[in-house]
Design a protein around this ligand. Structure first.
Ligand SMILES: [Zn+2]
Length: 235
C-alpha cells in the first residue's frame, strides 16, 4: 500500500464526502490497492475489498478496533476490542474466489456491484433471493428454484469468501447470551479518515488565522514545529 501524506488524506476525504458508502468504500479501496485497475473494484469479491480496507486502516490508523453494540437479549451496552491482524488471519492472498456448486446450480461470490443493485431492497428475504439470482451463473435442467437452495447457498458462499460479511458472535457480559457484532470495514476506515481530516483542517484554520499561512505552508512544517506553533496560538 502506498503511504498517504496529509494533503492526500485531505483530498481523499474531499472526494469521499458526497459519495454513497458503497462507492466510498471502493474509493478507499482504490487507495489501498493501487495494483488493481479502478474499473475492476466493483467486480472484486466483497472479502477482497474488505481485506484491502482493513489493511489500509491498520497501516494508517493502527490495528486496534473498538466495536460498540447492544446485546440483542438484555440490551446491555457492550464494547468489543478487535485486532485487524486477527481478523485477517487466514485471509486468502488471491483476488479470486471459487464458485459454489449446489444441486446443479453454480454461484459466484458477491461483488460490490451486487450490493449497490440491492441498496433499495427493504425486505431481507427478497434481497437475499435477488442477490442469489445475480450471483447464479448456471442452473440445473430440473425445475429446482433458488429459494430451495437459498440458505445452503448463503452458507457456502460465506465459507468461500469469509471476509465478505464481518460478523462475530460475542457472549454478552451481563446475560451470557450470544449476540451478533458486525463491522463495516468501509465505514470504519472512512470514520478515521474523516476524523483525521477534520483535525488537519482545524490545525490549518488556527495557523492560517494567526499567521496568514496557506494550507501548503502549514503542511510543510515539521510535526514538532507545527505542534509548537499550535501551542503558542492556543496560549
Ligand atoms: Zn445480554
Amino acid at each position: 500500500m502506498r503511504a498517504l501524506d496529509e494533503a492526500e488524506l485531505l483530498s481523499l476525504w474531499e472526494s469521499g464526502q458526497t459519495r454513497h458508502p458503497i462507492d466510498r468504500a471502493l474509493l478507499l479501496c482504490a487507495w489501498a490497492r493501487p495494483d488493481v485497475a479502478p474499473e475492476r473494484f466493483a467486480q472484486l469479491p466483497l472479502g477482497v475489498v474488505n481485506a484491502g480496507l482493513l489493511r489500509m486502516r491498520a497501516a494508517l490508523f493502527g490495528a486496534h478496533v473498538e466495536v460498540q453494540l447492544d446485546c440483542e437479549h438484555c440490551g446491555e451496552h457492550l464494547e468489543l476490542a478487535l485486532d485487524i491482524g486477527e481478523l485477517l488471519a487466514g485471509a486468502s492472498a488471491q483476488d479470486e474466489r471459487a464458485d459454489v456448486a449446489l444441486q446443479g446450480f453454480r454461484f459466484r461470490v458477491p461483488h460490490s456491484r451486487d450490493l449497490a443493485a440491492l441498496a433499495h431492497e427493504t425486505d431481507a428475504q427478497a434481497a437475499a433471493l435477488r442477490l442469489l439470482e445475480r450471483c447464479c451463473v448456471a442452473r440445473p435442467d430440473a425445475p429446482a428454484t433458488l429459494a430451495d437452495v437459498l440458505s445452503e447457498a448463503e452458507e457456502q458462499l460465506e465459507a468461500a469468501d469469509p471476509l465478505a460479511d464481518l460478523r462475530l458472535s460475542v457472549a454478552c457480559e451481563a446475560c451470557g447470551q450470544p449476540t451478533q457484532a458486525s463491522l463495516d470495514a468501509g465505514d470504519l476506515l472512512w470514520g478515521d479518515v474523516q476524523q483525521h481530516a477534520r483535525g488537519l483542517l482545524g490545525q490549518v484554520h488556527s495557523l492560517a488565522q494567526a499567521y496568514g499561512w496557506t494550507e501548503g505552508e502549514v503542511f510543510a512544517l515539521s510535526p514538532v514545529r507545527r505542534a509548537a506553533y499550535l501551542d503558542l496560538v492556543r496560549d
